[in-house]
Design a protein around this ligand. Structure first.
Ligand code: SF4
Length: 282
């Protein structure tokens, strides 16, 4: 803001505090008044035609009202996770991998891609480069050749080669079982680090992806406006004995039952506990 603008605002405030007539605000420009309606129309059009946009809209709707629901009691949380456990005692993710290194690469490649798409790409990639040394030798162009069906493949190829080089240079070619060290690697954020720590090293971390974010907000289990808020909320409410598998139970629940566009509430194991007011009918 220019100094002149600040001064004129201060002057206006002084005048008001002395009881003088307030300075009239300039009339709103017509284009400003129309902007939100236009933006809303564009969003609605995108929501109707683009699945990714529709999912984002559904998630945002859940996050907008999730915080207003009555919090779950300890007994309700215990009941929900006991049901998940009974239905699926040993839940597993759907990415193919052989060891911590290939898991790390698969998770890095899975950003904005389906697990099925990643599995197709990594089948040949891991045959040719199953270790950090082989990945570095393959190089960016070589990695890109295998993963070109994935979105953002050039950037992902660059990250995969560079993280492989760093694993060799700084960690003896091994994936470190440490969040901070993982997050130093290119293409690895908190969510990826949590997935690797949970699956490869059996730590009770909870990685919040689009599905967990939606489920936590829709159900009212751990509402939050950001993935980190949701993650910390889930860590607070989920009993320790369920934490190791909580990530998988919730991701599978979001992917196959509590779907973004049309949740299958009649098939839902926790429908009686869920706070979502717009459950789908049988
Ligand atoms: S009842 Fe419906 S909205 Fe609630 S968790 Fe189950 S599928 Fe999702």
């Amino acid at each position: 803001m220019a100094d002149g603008d600040r001064d004129s605002r201060r002057d206006g405030a002084r005048e008001n505090s002395r009881g003088r007539k307030p300075v009239a605000k300039p009339a709103a420009k017509p284009s400003r008044a129309k902007a939100p309606a236009k933006a809303k129309a564009v969003l609605e059009e995108q929501a109707a035609t683009r699945p990714g946009r529709r999912r984002a809209v559904a998630n945002a709707a859940a996050a907008a009202i999730g915080g207003a629901f009555k919090p779950w009691t300890k007994k309700e949380v215990e009941t929900a996770f006991s049901r998940f456990e009974e239905a699926n005692p040993h839940p597993e993710g759907e990415l193919n991998y052989h060891d911590p290194f290939t898991l790390l690469v698969a998770v890095v490649l899975s950003a904005q891609a389906t697990d099925a798409g990643v599995n197709k790409a990594t089948k040949t990639l891991f045959e040719e480069a199953p270790t950090p040394a082989r990945m570095v030798a393959l190089g960016e162009e070589g990695v890109a050749r295998h993963i070109r069906t994935l979105g953002l493949y050039r950037g992902k190829a660059k990250n995969v080669v560079e993280l492989s080089r760093l694993l060799l240079a700084e960690h003896g070619g091994k994936v470190p079982p440490d969040r901070a060290a993982l997050e130093e690697l290119p293409g690895v954020g908190r969510k990826t680090a949590n997935v690797v720590l949970n699956i490869a090293f059996h730590m009770p971390t909870i990685a919040v992806d689009t599905h967990l974010f939606r489920v936590a907000n829709r159900t009212g289990l751990a509402p939050g406006k950001t993935p980190l808020e949701v993650e910390l909320g889930l860590e607070r409410v989920i009993p320790d004995r369920f934490k190791l598998h909580a990530h998988h139970w919730l991701i599978l629940h979001g992917r196959y039952i509590c779907k973004a566009l049309k949740p299958e509430c009649p098939r839902c194991l926790i429908a009686d506990l869920c706070r979502w007011p717009e459950k789908t009918p049988a």
